[in-house]
Design a protein around this ligand. Structure first.
Ligand SMILES: C[S@@+](CC[C@H](N)C(=O)[O-])C[C@H]1O[C@@H](n2cnc3c(N)ncnc32)[C@H](O)[C@@H]1O
Length: 411
């Protein structure tokens, strides 16, 4: 097995090709770059700061996303049945020779290739059942420019080897491409995708709403003004609507899309984890460990919509038919290996708080580091963990709702 990796930047000739090796299953990585010059000419502006700063903790260290994304991995394994339903439906409506799949916000670590495994399994079963030849696969892994794509590339030899061992001759040629750029802009040519997937990424907004006057908090809390709730809600509507419009241009008619994102129940307040982070930062301001102005000028670009808010945007945008929309409760403490339990078969309180802290640190540290400096990160999360210990003692169940939706592009 051989494959090639390229990271050359060629903004205008966007695909870098290599001669295909002889092997039956080979891998070719193409880095396609968004045409920034064209963007400027079209008045869409250049790269903003968030596109460069935002990424999950890279590498394989203790605080990396790769080691702290068990919850997200569980969700991907659990939503496999919904992906299967969408792909089986596709097979009944369009002839597929090269199956083109995009995973938006793939990040790095084991989850970045989880969708590839799931789709190959599903298509294998589907084509066997329908007595069809296995297709050629093209997987397009997207994330922002700062994402640790190198870790994905480095994990490919082992991944492909185990895939070949598992599937052998039944596996058709498989191309894995990286497409860096924001999913709030066009990423692929018109009508070029059969299936789009995005897991745990769409609660990241394109930006926090501007001029919130939100001095003491870094996000919405129970005490935030109605104007601030409105501003965040409107930013979500604007971003999600744009996302749907762009993907509808890139999908074939009848193409499928499965999206998973953190949501919120109407009855529950906006995530406690953000309030606790804000309180921790403010404690550090009062001890002169962090400058006040830095907290005053910072707002997290995240929003957890209700099921109703998501549905309203999909219906209003109009390019997709909603096949499924569900809310599933997830345990914050699930970010820990299930075999780490104490004598009473319960997760130790301290370990649970540690796992929750890492679950929050892995995605948020790069944006927090850019605002508050690397030197305060360990202290910030040490204090944050203590607050989580207190919270676990006060509240029995720590859950957050996750929205799972399956959509079909209208013909
Ligand atoms: C929590 S990770 C989820 C990764 C993976 N899909 C999973 O389920 O484990 C969210 C990912 O979304 C990416 N992301 C956020 N906003 C994005 C945007 N506008 N365009 C592309 N990727 C984005 C982040 O960089 C991050 O890698």
């Amino acid at each position: 097995m051989s494959f090639k990796v390229s990271q050359d930047e060629k903004p205008f000739d966007s695909t870098l090709k290599f001669p295909a090796p002889e092997q039956k299953c080979f891998n070719l990585i193409i880095l396609s770059f968004h045409n920034i010059k064209e963007d400027k000419e079209l008045g869409r502006g250049g790269m903003d700061r968030q596109q460069v700063v935002l990424h999950m903790n890279p590498g394989m260290g203790d605080n990396s996303y790769a080691h702290n994304s068990i919850i997200q991995n569980k969700v991907m394994r659990e939503t496999k049945a919904i992906v299967e339903e969408s792909i089986m439906r596709l097979y009944t409506i369009v002839p597929i020779h090269c199956f083109k799949v995009a995973d938006l916000g793939c990040s790095s670590g084991p989850n970045a290739l989880q969708l590839v495994s799931n789709v190959i399994d599903i298509v294998d079963t589907t084509t066997s059942n329908l007595n069809l030849e296995p297709p050629v696969f093209q997987f397009l892994l997207n994330d922002l420019f700062g994402n640790d794509f190198n870790s994905i590339f480095k994990s490919l030899p082992q991944f492909l080897e185990s895939l070949e061992e598992k599937k052998g001759h039944k596996l058709g040629p498989c191309f894995i491409n990286a497409t860096p750029g924001t999913f709030y802009k066009r990423l692929f040519p018109n009508g070029s995708l059969h299936f789009v997937h995005s897991s745990f990424s769409l609660h990241w907004l394109s930006q926090a709403p501007k001029d919130l006057g939100n001095k003491e908090n870094i996000h919405l809390t129970r005490t935030s003004s109605p104007a601030m709730h409105k501003a965040y809600g409107e930013q979500f509507q604007k971003d999600f609507k744009l996302f749907l419009k762009l993907r509808s241009q890139e999908l074939v008619p009848g193409g499928g899309m499965v999206l998973t994102l953190i949501g919120r129940d109407k009855t529950r307040e906006i995530r406690t984890s953000w309030s606790l982070l804000g309180t921790t930062l403010n404690d550090m301001v009062s001890e002169n460990l962090i400058e006040e102005i830095k907290v005053e000028s910072f707002d997290l670009p995240l929003y957890d919509p209700t099921i109703e808010e998501a549905k309203e945007v999909i219906e209003d945008e109009g390019s997709f038919t909603l096949q499924r929309l569900e809310s599933v409760a997830l345990d914050w403490g699930a970010n820990i290996n299930e075999d780490v339990v104490d004598n009473n078969n319960k997760l130790d309180l301290n370990m649970k708080a540690e796992a929750i802290t890492k679950f929050v640190r892995a995605p948020l540290e790069p944006v927090l580091k850019a605002q508050f400096g690397e030197e305060v990160m360990d202290e910030l999360f040490r204090r944050y963990k203590n607050k989580i210990v207190q919270l676990i003692m006060e509240v029995d169940i720590l859950e957050f709702p996750t929205l799972v939706m399956s959509l079909i592009k209208n013909v």
